[in-house]
Design a protein around this ligand. Structure first.
Ligand code: F6R
Length: 247
């Protein structure tokens, strides 16, 4: 595990983008795992800049997103598909046919999860997976207590998550109660992973994930067992770490 601490969100985003761009230049048909949320937005902005100014091409890339809400169509402005489209896909030359975001409207959710796993395998596995971390140490929608060997599946959202999300919807009925998420076992099979975090509200989670014991109560701590993991964080998210790491 290589922990890289940067002075600002901007620098940290550029550092992560450098790793992605390097892998993409070496393997144009990279299988890239993507995350939503506020953390990777700077990374996506930098990749868009590299695409526009440096000719970084995503034309042969296949993408797999970590998760999606159940019950939201792709056109809903709170769906993760919509997020990816608005924050990355529409600005780069990725082939729409190679984009994978779990389908929250699938009729057979279990069958869809199985298909998602098989599709990852069929493409030779994820080469590089981008991850954010929740304040409680979750990765994707794998909340504390999730099995460390879990695969892509349906998860019930915690009451807290449902409440937190309510502000983005017109009524409580509209707020998704379930999601599809890659499992921790699925994420661990990616050949490389980059875990990103910024701001002080992630400092406790980062400390537990990096310096605490590996436990399902901090799902992100499993990254300690990964053979090729990068933790790219800003000074604030690193503020509770006690060991010396590369700046
Ligand atoms: C999203 C995801 C989540 C987020 C995490 C952090 O695809 O997998 O686990 O990475 O909740 O969210 P932000 O970046 O908004 O703090």
């Amino acid at each position: 595990m290589l922990v890289i601490i940067k002075n600002s969100y901007d620098e940290m985003s550029k550092e992560a983008a450098k790793i992605v761009a390097d892998r993409l230049r070496k393997k144009p048909n990279l299988v890239l795992g993507l995350a939503t949320g506020s953390t990777p937005i700077g990374l996506y902005k930098e990749l868009i800049r590299m695409h526009k100014e440096e000719g970084l091409s995503f034309a042969k890339v296949t993408t797999f997103n970590l998760d999606e809400y159940i019950g939201l169509p792709r056109t809903h402005d709170q769906s993760y598909f919509y997020f990816m489209w608005e924050n990355l896909f529409k600005y780069i030359d990725v082939d729409r046919r190679y984009i994978h975001v779990p389908d929250g409207m699938a009729n057979d959710i279990d069958g869809h999860c199985e298909w998602y796993e098989n599709e990852i395998k069929h493409l030779g596995g994820i080469d590089l997976q981008i991850l954010g971390i929740g304040g409680n140490g979750h990765i994707a929608f794998n909340e504390p207590g999730s099995s460390l060997g879990s695969r892509t599946r349906i998860k019930t959202l915690t009451e807290q998550t449902v409440k937190d999300n309510a502000r983005f919807f017109k009524s409580m009925e509209e707020v998704p109660k379930f999601a599809i998420t890659m499992g921790i076992g699925t994420i661990m099979e990616a050949k490389e992973v980059i875990l990103m975090a910024n701001k002080t509200n992630k400092a406790d989670a980062i400390k537990s994930a990096i310096e605490g014991p590996v436990t399902h109560m901090t799902p992100a701590s499993i990254i300690q067992m990964h053979r090729k993991a990068y933790v790219v964080i800003d000074k604030e998210a690193a503020s509770k770490l006690t060991h010396q790491f590369r700046g």
